[in-house]
Design a protein around this ligand. Structure first.
Ligand code: FAD
Length: 478
């Protein structure tokens, strides 16, 4: 960059002094990822107020030869929002936090990118509607970040990932122009569905400033249960049985190994195992329906009684109050926090077809146990979608240096990716690629598809100004 000070002066004139942050102490949390795996650096962080200011910021940064790293809640799992250059401007979307429109008739909500996910869930509820995206970071992640990562979460089984909930987008492109595609339409066959390029692009093609989201009827009936099972295969058999009775009313089907549950119990205050004794696997099931008279709890109870009789599960609990239901979900939602505070993890976001899930878990376990007998192997995931996170967990002091950690992670990557590809799966179901998984992406997907991705990037952002060094292996940002 020719003159960083000149860029800072121009940004201050555009956005106002207090919306351009350069103090090291203020920048520090914005230049570190949620897991604490990467510590980067940046020229500044900026907080534009609206789409026009985002576009004007992009033009200024372009004019001065700088780089832009869009950042939402900074809860991403792959280092995608971490800046790694003295030329980087972290563009925070926090001030774009207005709900522009709620339309119960269309079942849509038009929102700005900086809205916090939990706030939008509450706004939808006020309008008698459901925004089904739900994940552990919902109190701090932003809808723009959710769209940019094509987030998944716990309700994909019934409602699909973020991509399926986005009807329209407003995006500031790398040349500073604004693409306005904020239509509230369920059907729109007017040419290429360009919005899908930006969903899951992790800020490498443009900055999402607003979106039209699909809403759904509020569930009027729901039921939750947790079961303990001896094997993953039994948990999958139970899934088939539950779905045969409840169909697409099954909105969540989460699985956790006991090794994972134990870390939650040990490190998250107030968490207790809802069973008299531990089981190798736990399944958390949620079903819902928009018809109030539907007695889902009885159907689920029958299903579990049958599973107990057939020996598919060893025990099951059905919460009798909202507080008990929340306590079960807290166990699941506390997993990332428990893993973070208790040690260092190398974790995976694998998805495979359901009939290969058992093979994937067994092959991963075999390889990891042989190579790293000292590591704890945890499994947790949105298994109803075939998405099983393998977490290889080490003590805080397991690695004398960063290089040691990276070497170990590289060896585990080989084990897990070989198992993933052998099971016809993908290395990322929902967390994305960011910085951590660039090489794994290049090595694992169809070469023609990868080439198309690089061509699209070259077309939209030939100067690599937008989130450089993320997703694709062009250059190393570090
Ligand atoms: P950030 O982390 O700020 O950014 C993520 C990426 O998107 C970066 O590449 C960034 O540059 C880009 N970006 C952000 N905002 C914009 C924008 N407006 N325009 C363009 N690009 C942008 N993820 C799941 O999918 N499922 C889960 O179940 C899940 N559970 C989690 C639980 C916990 C406790 C935590 C901490 C994280 C979890 N995550 C999960 C990961 C994370 O919350 C999601 O990836 C989330 O969508 C990121 O949103 P964010 O606003 O924090 O984005």
């Amino acid at each position: 960059m020719r003159d960083p000070q000149a860029l800072l002066t121009s940004l201050r004139t555009l956005l106002g002094e207090r919306h351009v942050v350069t103090q090291a102490t203020d920048l520090e949390p914005l230049t570190r990822d949620w897991r604490g795996r990467y510590q980067g650096t940046a020229l500044c962080a900026v907080y534009p107020a609206d789409t026009e200011q985002v576009a004007a910021t992009v033009l200024l940064v372009r004019e001065h030869g700088g780089k832009i790293v869009p950042q939402g809640g900074n809860t991403g799992m792959c280092g995608g929002a971490t800046p790694f250059s003295e030329e980087a401007v972290v563009l925070r979307l926090d001030r774009l936090n207005r709900v522009r429109q709620v339309s119960p008739l269309d079942n849509t909500m038009t929102v700005e990118a900086g809205c916090i996910l939990a706030d939008l869930q509450a706004r939808a509820q006020e309008a008698g509607r459901l925004l089904p995206l739900s994940l552990g970071a919902e109190g701090s992640c932003q809808i723009g970040g959710n769209i940019a990562t094509n987030a998944g979460g716990t309700a994909v089984l019934r409602y699909g990932p973020m991509r399926d909930m986005v009807l329209g987008l407003e995006v500031v492109l790398p040349d500073g122009s604004v693409m306005n595609d904020l239509k509230r339409l369920r059907k729109d066959n007017s040419g290429y569905a360009v919005r899908h390029l930006f969903i899951g692009a992790e800020g490498t093609l443009g900055i999402i400033t607003a979106a039209v989201l699909k809403l759904f009827p509020q569930p009027q009936a729901n039921a939750t249960a947790m079961a303990g099972a001896g094997h993953l295969d039994q948990a999958l058999e139970l899934l088939a049985s539950v779905r045969s009775r409840l169909g697409d009313r099954v909105s969540a089907y989460e699985v956790m190994s006991h090794s994972q549950m134990q870390l939650v119990l040990d490190h998250i205050p107030g968490s207790t195992l809802p069973f008299a004794e531990p089981h190798p696997w736990y399944v958390l099931i949620e079903a819902e329906d928009s018809f109030a008279a539907m007695d889902l709890a009885s159907i689920l109870e029958d299903c579990l009684a049958d599973a107990l009789e057939r020996g598919l599960v060893a025990d099951a609990v059905i919460p009798r109050s909202e507080a008990q239901r929340e306590a079960l979900w807290r166990l699941r939602h506390s997993v990332s926090e428990a893993n973070k505070v208790s040690g260092i993890s190398v974790s995976y976001d694998t998805v495979v077809p359901l009939d290969r899930l058992g093979d994937f878990a067994a092959e991963t376990e075999r390889g990891v146990r042989a190579a790293f007998p000292q590591a704890r192997l945890l499994f947790v995931g949105h298994v109803g979608d075939g998405n099983l996170h393998a977490v290889i967990h080490f003590d805080h002091d397991a690695f004398p240096s960063r290089a040691d950690f990276e070497a170990t992670a590289g060896r585990i990557n080989e084990i897990v990716d070989t198992a993933t590809l052998a099971c016809d799966g993908s290395i990322s179901a929902e967390h994305g690629i960011g910085l951590s998984n660039r090489k794994r992406l290049a090595d694992s997907i169809d070469p023609a598809r990868y080439r198309l991705m690089t061509q699209i990037k070259a077309l939209l952002d030939p100067d690599h100004m937008m989130n450089p060094g993320k997703v694709l292996v062009f250059e190393d940002p570090q």
